[in-house]
Design a protein. Sequence first.
Lengths: 287, 158
Amino acid sequence: MKPAPFDYRRPEQVDSAVEVLGTLGSGAKVLAGGQSLIPLVSMRLAHPSALVDINRLRELDYVRVDGDVVRIGALARHARVLADPAAGAAQPLLRQALRLVAHATIRNRGTTVGSIVHADPAGEMTAVLALLGGSLRVRSSRGERNVTAGELFLGPLESDVRDDELAVEAALPVLPPSSGTAFVEVSRRAGDYAVCGVAAFVRLKDDGAVAAARCAYLSVAPTPLVLELTDQAADPRAAGEAARAQVQPEADLHASADYRRALAGVLTERALTQALAAARASGAAAA
Amino acid sequence: MSELIDVVLTVNGVPRPLSIPARRLLSDCLRHDLRLTGTHVGCEHGVCGACTVLVDGLPMRSCLLLAVSVEGNDITTVEGLAEPDGALSAVQQAFRDCHGLQCGFCTPGFLTTVTAGLRDNPDPDEQQARDMIGGNLCRCTGYQNIVRAVLRAAELAR
């Protein structure tokens, strides 16, 4: 239960971090909050040859609302993002999701960008990025590129961030007018990984009809699953039935596949009901 | 690979120069290198909360931190919670008064967590007290007396 030896680097600037990652080659991992990586390394489920510790890169410790985008730097801890009033107002799903990420103690160290790169299909922030169609900005000595949520998640714990790349920022769209979001999940104990979780987004037309609705799912697929539910969302119960028919979860120690499927249906109904109410309230406030 | 790195960790206000491998967990560094054995190691993968210490005042799992990574931060362990004259802090006193411990293994993690929790919310109701300790496991008490201790500590601090 102790990490095996690894080469350790602690750059002070983003440029030098990127340079170090470029020279270390394959097998190097970026250490941000480490709340998922350190247990994996301790249990020797991950064997990085080197860790590049980015906890000194103060320039990446930011959360800001930039026009119609919320930008989260790679060193912004979950707790900081959760407490940011401007980001919370601009995209309410951030707070709705972050309060469900592990325990406060873990949120004090873990980073939002790190949990996205970690690509755990049970992770709340991966679902948020997928649902909102956000993106990740990654940098390497070869240059910089933007990876959309659709391209990012390759499989469980596998994201399209290469060994020599540093994820520097996650970008999420702000909530459009007449829209609402919700995040609900069921876990064995508060703070545990969710047995199933659903994030919902709803946008209404001027006449109150549903213009767009979709849900993202935790723990039911190898990558964050997003279902398009625009046609069903006006009746959340029907949308729940539709979701239940479409998800194909697997059984594990914590829940059977049938139970997960049932939860996906029930939680879809609850999440859409809440998101619809929020969207109506947002439309009414604007009118 | 296993070369030693020179760092100075600030623990309970005292700068402690150390020469340690990068892979040394903060929990092990505190217990083995600094002989501060008040911090307990239970699960060693971030689930039980026994090893919780304060890093710049915020509770964090010391088993999920590399010691070399917290150079420059202020680390407070359970040994650093008492008053300078050795008197128990309000949280420690409340745990004693309310029998908020039995075997005591989990207690250091509860004390650090609650110390920070009451600083952020000095007047919690019972549900908030339960939320505050939601990330810490205790296998003896059934938590009832720990919740009472949190509420009592808030009273004592007023």
